[in-house]
Design a protein around this ligand. Structure first.
Ligand code: P6P
Length: 335
């Protein structure tokens, strides 16, 4: 066969981690085995999402989740797919999902089952029926040394700076996985012809500034005054021409912000005084990624990664993106 017809060099996500495990403790063989469960689950979910319009999996189950939100059928499929794939990994002891009221104890935490995986199985699910990009967000912790295995919440409620890995998968025109183990941010695109995530960008850096702000301005009158002042400023000529982009799907809005720069804001509202987004499996993983890419993430008072969680599904205000843009928002508003 003509050599030029051969596929160009392919680096899969597994190869990428194995290559780097020599240099970084978090990207161990153990971890690459765990990550392969997540990549498998997201390939299955991507197939369901792609076929959603063709088979009867659109719409709602009629159920309500722990947050009082209507559960979409794909939510349930994604949740059980991830839980099922992780269940086959001996090194995962506990999983925490946005869709589950309580943690699932797969195995008692010990030197083998040392990982805790926290995830939003299908973020933005309200957009499923209108074919808007949706995504999976995951965060990985290790058990706390010296803490009794039975003290499950003590192992789960760790601040975000203790994450050993985090990432997201966005299901859109292509399926893109972005992850970090604390050694930079790396992006992969699922190649359906070989069923593997192929490396497309390594050591991604978010632009230091960016004239795109992303917020649901419908809640303007509920936001703190400082946020309203910021929203007034971005519209002034002196601001230099900002654009508002808001998809209403966190993973999609975050992915754009990582690539193009700018800032995403979900501030406190009267309806949600601690904001809408969840700390453990939305804000923390995205904050780990954005800081690894040179950006910033805050709740208006402190760095997201420094927050000590007090509850499994606790919410947090989130200002995340280019460092200069986050700092600018904070110059108008700090809690
Ligand atoms: P709002 C989707 O339901 C979600 O959890 C995030 O994906 C998204 O950023 C946010 O809620 C949108 O919330 O209040 O603007 O509809």
């Amino acid at each position: 066969m003509d050599a030029s017809a051969a596929k160009p060099s392919i680096k899969t996500i597994q190869q990428h981690i194995l290559e780097r495990q020599r240099a970084h403790p978090n990207a161990t063989g153990e971890f690459s085995f765990l990550l392969s469960a997540i990549t498998l689950a997201t390939k299955i979910i991507a197939d369901y999402v792609r076929r959603a319009g063709l088979v009867d999996i659109l719409g709602t189950t009629g159920g309500i989740n722990v947050h009082g939100e209507v559960v979409q059928k794909l939510d349930v499929i994604a949740n059980e797919t991830i839980a099922g794939c992780l269940g086959y990994r001996d090194n995962v002891g506990i999983i925490v999902s946005e869709e589950d009221d309580e943690p699932r104890i797969l195995k008692e935490l010990d030197s083998r089952a040392q990982y805790i995986v926290l995830f939003d199985p299908l973020d933005g699910s309200s957009n499923i029926d209108v074919n808007v990009s949706i995504g999976t967000i995951f965060s990985i912790l290790q058990r706390r040394e010296g803490v009794d295995a039975g003290r499950v919440m003590d192992h789960i409620l760790q601040p975000g700076f203790r994450q050993v890995a985090a990432g997201y998968v966005i299901y859109s025109s292509s399926t893109v996985m972005t992850y970090t183990t604390g050694d930079g941010v790396h992006m992969f695109v699922l190649d359906p012809s070989i069923g593997a995530f192929r490396l497309t960008r390594e050591n991604i850096k978010i632009p230091k500034a960016g004239k795109t702000y992303s917020i649901n301005e419908a809640y303007r009158n509920q936001f703190p005054k400082g946020i309203q002042d910021y929203l007034d400023w971005v519209k002034l000529d002196e601001a230099g021409g900002y654009a508002l982009r808001y998809i209403g799907s966190l993973v999609a809005d975050f992915h754009r912000t990582m690539i193009q720069g700018g800032v995403f804001l979900y501030p406190p509202t009267k309806k949600a005084p601690e904001g809408k987004l969840r700390l453990l499996y939305e804000a923390n993983p995205l904050a780990f990624l954005v800081e690894q890419a040179g950006g910033a993430a805050t709740d208006g008072r402190e760095r997201i990664l420094d927050k000590v969680p007090t509850a499994l599904h606790e919410r947090t205000p989130l200002i995340i993106g280019s460092r200069d843009e986050v700092d600018r928002v904070l110059s108008y508003w700090s809690r």
